[in-house]
Design a binder for this molecule. Structure first.
Ligand code: ZN
Length: 271
């Protein structure tokens, strides 16, 4: 059995501030240790349950956050930046399950630690429902018939993820107080919960359905900064609905994800 882990940092135990997720402060170094410990705990539980091969996507920032020598030897890490896709490189139907660790709430969520969907300047909807990174990535896996086994993150992100992933195992790492503060569960307790839930999820794998939706896939792109509108007008195939809303109709989730990644990257570019 082979599984794919997408590991982000904002939803890791004890992480509440951008000081812990970017730059070069000692806070980032401490956060990287817990990030690696949480990924390791899930790998160990998976191996105990018979998983032989694990791909880990170091999904946060520059993709150089995990400390590979601290991980089990069965694990291989997708590291570094400038990748062809965001979060799902090399994910295909040969995997038996997806795990998403350290997830955060969607853009413009009033609570939730560091809420964003690749950027804090754009939010997205599909079929009238808000979608964040975990929704898009679980749908991409679903398109490959890969079920989402386990998700971890703050309580608001988990509440959002549950809506579209009712049978997925979930672990809450903290309870947000504000967008850069939270009541945090002890890091060691989070490790124990991750191991327990991962073991249960692998045992339960047959009863976890991959989420699926049928094309045409409607993506609504909602700008939180009107000055970005002209940038989206550069892209053929993206239709303007009003000053801050654009629409894209896609044939597959990978195509939708590329539009999300492309538009958010463009939104963050400084000209
Ligand atoms: Zn991140």
């Amino acid at each position: 059995m082979k599984i794919y882990i997408i590991a982000d940092m904002e939803g890791i135990a004890g992480v509440v501030s951008k000081d812990q997720t970017e730059g070069s402060s000692s806070h980032l170094e401490v956060a990287r240790l817990q990030y690696t410990r949480e990924v390791k705990a899930v790998c160990e539980a998976a191996i105990e349950e018979g998983v032989e091969e694990i791909y880990i996507n170091d999904f946060h920032g520059n993709g150089l956050n995990l400390i590979p020598e601290k991980l089990p030897e069965e694990a291989m890490v997708i590291r570094g930046g400038f990748r062809p896709s965001s979060g799902f490189d090399l994910l295909d139907k040969t995997f038996s399950g997806l795990v998403m660790l350290g997830v955060h709430a969607r853009t413009a969520t009033g609570r939730g630690v560091i809420p964003h969907t690749y950027s804090q300047k754009i939010s997205f909807e599909m079929f009238g429902q808000p979608v964040g990174e975990f929704d898009l990535l679980s749908l991409i896996a679903g398109e490959c018939k890969v079920p989402t086994l386990l998700v971890s993150g703050d309580s608001i992100a988990i509440e959002q993820a549950r809506t579209n992933l009712p049978s997925t195992h979930m672990v809450i790492t903290k309870f947000p107080v504000g967008t850069e503060s939270a009541l945090c569960i002890h890091p060691n307790r989070v490790l124990t919960q991750l191991k327990d839930e991962m073991r249960r999820a692998v045992k339960n794998i047959q009863s976890i359905e991959p989420p699926q939706i049928a094309p045409p896939l409607q993506l609504l792109i909602k700008l939180h900064d009107v000055t970005l509108a002209h940038r989206l007008e550069w892209i053929p195939g993206i239709k303007k609905v009003d000053d801050t809303t654009f629409e894209y109709l896609g044939k597959s989730m990978k195509e939708i994800a590329n539009v999300v990644y492309g538009t958010t990257t463009l939104a963050e570019c400084k000209f």
